[in-house]
Design a protein around this ligand. Sequence first.
Ligand code: CP
Length: 317
Amino acid sequence: MRNFTCVQDLGDLQQALKEAFEIKKDRFQFTESGKNKTLLMIFFNSSLRTRLSTQKAAMNLGMNTMVLDVNQGAWKLETEHGVIMDGDKPEHLLEAIPVMGCYCDIIGVRSFARFENKEEDYNEMILNQFIQYSGRPVFSMEAATRHPLQSFADLITIEEYKKTARPKVVLTWAPHPKALPQAVPNSFAEWMNATDHDFVITHPEGYELDPVFVGNACVEYDQKKAFQGADFIYAKNWAAYADPNYGKVLSTDRSWTVDTDKMALTNNAYFMHCLPVRRNMIVTDDVIKSPQSIVIQEAANREISAQTVLKKILQEL
Ligand code: CP
């Protein structure tokens, strides 16, 4: 594997899951594979889990790691092409990217949707420039439209906890005070569609995701109906995708918060969220602290998904 930006890049998903569980059994069995190789992680946006889990995964493989927070300590980067650089951004991404590539073997990039230009966001302008100009394998640490390391960890977690071969998995929109990208729900839907799950998406009207990601999912506007018989509830907020409301918050209706009454409609479902989560907006304290909440186990699997991806990229270096 050269680059990792979406589920298709992994190739055989069942084989990748098998490799992930092998790594989970003994995460230090491949410490030679990354020897004298350097991972550079570039963050245009904040992170707790991705930063720590990916760095830990790289260290498990014997890699050296470097982290650059673009907005803290680096030159402000111009990302637009063809502009007169007479403003506050002294370096262009077109020089910065190949320079970064000189100092490492693999690059991880986090760059969220900006909600300024839908076409730019959905064309993954930043991530694709790293792929085009760095001369290095590049993997997404959450880009504008997808968060594949998260989705891979989500799938590993579902595989670990599922009680039936084809569980009912429900992705539910939940309220949040600020506009959040669609990357996590898009990606989760993409990965669920790549597997054989009974997959349902529920959200208020106006929050329809890009049909490319919805795929074969059943879309149900009645959240309580969607929860009935569910084995997994995956909560997430996202801002509107459809025009003319792209990137807007249309509702903060707390009747969509995941609470114990709604969880009682499910088949004793596990509660999942990628974190960070706003308690009592997305999910009540009672649900997130209940034994059915597997958000910490899910976050722990971020190390496994990152290590599986890095190992596959190292094999092709
Ligand atoms: N879930 C996730 O990606 O967390 P961070 O934003 O903290 O990395």
